[in-house]
Write a protein that binds this ligand. Structure first.
Ligand SMILES: [Zn+2]
Length: 215
């Protein structure tokens, strides 16, 4: 009897996390503007973007230094044998869990701003790399339902599109496609990504080949 109730508890917990995941997925499926659209609509100037990049780089440097400082402290204790290996491991986890996400967030902002920078340049000033960047952007915006439809049989339930996951064995479909954000997510094996990731994983093409294929 006791065993049974514990089992229910686990089921309950599983369901809770499933719903939590679902909510997260729903929120992230709201339409996002592409980088090119953002530049076209809001027209940020090159100078403004460069300034913003500098600002974020400064913040990033501070966060990075904070992490390095803490890792150094841990390391000095390690050398003096004042902490056990387990304690060191725990402290490192704490740093990676609480401080690293802030730094990654900065890096993400910087990368986004740098991508926006490409689209403020007139076409003839762009380098081969910039043009490839535009190709990536084009590829990323190819409708995922259309691309996935070439390989998988999709079923529409409400505004969602589901199918059996091509990446793990399953009997009930838990592979979701989100046309709004052009992304996919499997509730079974947790694989996720954009349309480029999907093509790569379905076909085995490398990144460049997948970009060219989608273009
Ligand atoms: Zn899966």
């Amino acid at each position: 009897m006791k065993f049974l109730s514990r089992k229910n508890e686990i089921e309950e917990e599983k369901r809770f996390y499933y719903l939590l995941d679902l909510e997260k997925q729903y929120k992230s499926s709201q339409k996002r503007l592409s980088d090119k659209e953002l530049v076209e609509i809001f027209g940020p100037s090159k100078e403004m973007l460069l300034e913003k990049i500098k600002e974020w780089e400064k913040i990033g440097k501070i966060k990075e230094n904070k992490i390095i400082e803490k890792l150094k402290i841990i390391n000095s204790y390690k050398i003096k044998n004042r902490l056990s290996n387990f304690e060191i491991w725990v402290y490192q986890r704490i740093i990676f869990h609480f401080f690293l996400p802030e730094l990654l967030n900065c890096i993400e902002h910087i990368l986004r701003l740098k991508r926006l920078l490409f689209f403020t340049l007139p076409k003839h000033q762009r380098t081969y790399r910039d043009n490839f960047q535009e190709k990536i952007e084009n590829a990323r915006n190819k409708p995922i339902l259309e691309i996935a439809g070439n390989y998988l049989s999709l079923k529409q339930i409400g505004d969602k599109h589901v199918t059996l996951c091509p990446f793990h064995n399953e009997k009930t479909a838990s592979f979701y496609l989100y046309p709004q954000t052009n992304s996919f997510y499997c509730f079974g094996c947790k694989k996720s990504g954009d349309v480029i990731d999907l093509v790569r994983q379905l076909t085995g093409l490398d990144f460049k080949q997948a970009i060219n294929y989608l273009n």
